[in-house]
Design a protein around this ligand. Structure first.
Ligand code: GLY
Ligand code: MN
Ligand code: MN
Length: 449
């Protein structure tokens, strides 16, 4: 029951070469707008804990990963000059303490003029001599890594690159589909471990084994929550012993393929009929939201629409009473659903550019009362984002309703009933198509069933 999440190098070669063409075109535009002749993209350097010689797990610059799928290649650079084959300065030190990057190999390799360097001092000779004609893109925390380039991350280029990242190329879509497929293998294993009575730690390990990721390879820390732990939105503890009774299970976990992430949440009931009906109701609600997706739709209004749908769910489930407008205006839906509907997804789990209106650096804030919404853009074909509605018992927020006009609209007995289950979230990764939406996550679950 393993999904095919590894398309062959041969399959990816064509889409990847077109992807590199698209990335070159974006950089042409960004460089022209910045008056630059060369773009230099730095992969990143290891970061060390204070007073220590141990580095944190390496996290490559997402701009570097948008060029080349090398997630574990620190201290390397891409040099792009319009009209020339991009140069990859590939740092492969002589080092007998650590595993060093292997020989350059894969579907990506023929797109680059690869120059292997053994020492960071050797980078300089591969950079354009006219450093004043270069822009450098990356996290430079040491002047020496800039090699005399002064223009670092100029907004005249960055806004253009960030705005463009929301629209995925055919190659990126293939990677994102594979990331969903890979994540879904983990979700299936995790559900089985939950049904077998595993602890949160056991379930987490079953997940990592199924997706074949170490913890630092995961796109974000797994959220594996039994019972009321599901009410902590970013619960990342792992209880080592199972609870006496596991009433509910929420898992928010993803996977990576060639640097691209999935971000998937499922919630499961054990044997409580009322809770399993609520999970099924949320599942239908989530699909109804996805059904509304189309080119030209404003994501902020979809988020507000979701609040209206959540109001309906709360009333149907006898958790709240009143009309939809009242439940929104008094803050009832926000107390039960206090996060955004979703976010752009790509190399970064919360991919950059979600609040951008255009490539000039104009931003659009979330609507008032919805500060945590990470995506306010108008939908375009081949945008990829998450849809992740939820309902939780978060006492810190519900207590704020006491003594206000909202209090009488909450059925507090139902809140007491729901509290031990924690909450529900269902999260899929979707792409905007001319016909509506492609649901990469549901497709992956269907393929593995
Ligand atoms: N897993 C983080 C999120 O859903 O945004
Ligand atoms: Mn998400
Ligand atoms: Mn998530």
């Amino acid at each position: 029951m393993t999904a095919n999440y590894s398309l062959s190098n041969q399959d990816l070669r064509g889409p990847y070469s077109r992807h590199v063409e698209a990335i070159c075109a974006r950089h042409d535009h960004a460089m022209e707008n910045s008056g630059a002749s060369h773009a230099v993209i730095f992969s990143g350097n290891p970061k060390y804990a204070f007073l220590d010689d141990m580095s944190y797990p390496f996290n490559a610059n997402p701009h570097f990963l948008s060029w080349v799928p090398l997630t574990e290649l620190p201290l390397s650079y891409i040099v792009y000059t319009p009209g020339e084959k991009p140069v990859l300065i590939y740092y492969q030190p002589h080092d007998y303490w650590h595993v060093v990057p292997g020989e350059p190999d894969g579907f990506w390799v023929e797109q680059f003029d690869v120059r292997i360097v053994r020492d960071t001092d050797d980078v300089a000779q591969h950079l354009p001599a006219a450093r004043d004609k270069c822009i450098l893109i990356g996290d430079i925390d040491d002047d020496a890594l800039a090699f005399g380039i002064d223009r670092i991350n100029p907004s005249s280029a960055m806004h253009i690159l960030h705005y463009a990242r929301a629209i995925k190329t055919e190659y990126e879509l293939a990677c994102l589909r594979m990331a969903s497929q890979r994540g879904v293998t983990g979700h299936v294993a995790a559900e089985a471990a939950f049904r077998e009575g595993g602890s949160e730690f056991d379930i987490h390990q079953a997940y990592c084994k199924a997706v074949s990721h170490t913890e630092s390879e995961l796109p974000y820390g797994n959220i594996v929550a039994l019972n009321n732990h599901s009410a902590v939105l970013h619960y990342t503890d792992f209880e080592r012993t199972p609870p006496a009774i596991a009433k509910s299970f929420l898992i928010d976990a993803g996977a990576r393929v060639h640097g691209y992430a999935s971000d998937i949440t499922r919630t499961y009931a054990n044997d409580d009929t009322r809770f399993s009906e609520l999970v099924a109701r949320m599942d239908r609600l989530q699909l109804d939201i996805i059904h509304k997706i189309g080119i030209g739709l404003d994501y902020s209004s979809l988020h507000v629409d979701t609040h209206r749908m959540i109001a309906g769910l709360l009333v149907d489930a006898r958790i709240a009473t009143g009309d939809v407008d009242t439940l929104l205006s008094t803050g009832v839906t926000s107390a039960f659903f206090p996060h955004g509907l979703g976010h752009l997804l790509g190399i970064q789990v919360h991919d950059i550019g979600g609040h951008m209106v255009d490539e000039s650096g104009n931003f659009l804030d979330p609507p008032s009362g919805h500060p945590f919404l990470r995506l306010t853009r108008t939908l375009e074909e081949n945008m990829v984002f998450t849809i992740e509605p939820g309902v939780y018992v978060i006492d810190m927020l519900l207590e704020n309703l006491r003594g206000t006009s909202a209090e009488s609209h909450v059925n507090w007995d139902s809140v007491d009933w729901l509290r031990p289950f924690g909450g529900i979230r269902i999260e899929d990764n979707v792409r905007v198509t001319a016909a509506g939406a492609e649901n990469m996550t549901r497709d992956a679950f269907a393929a593995i069933a």
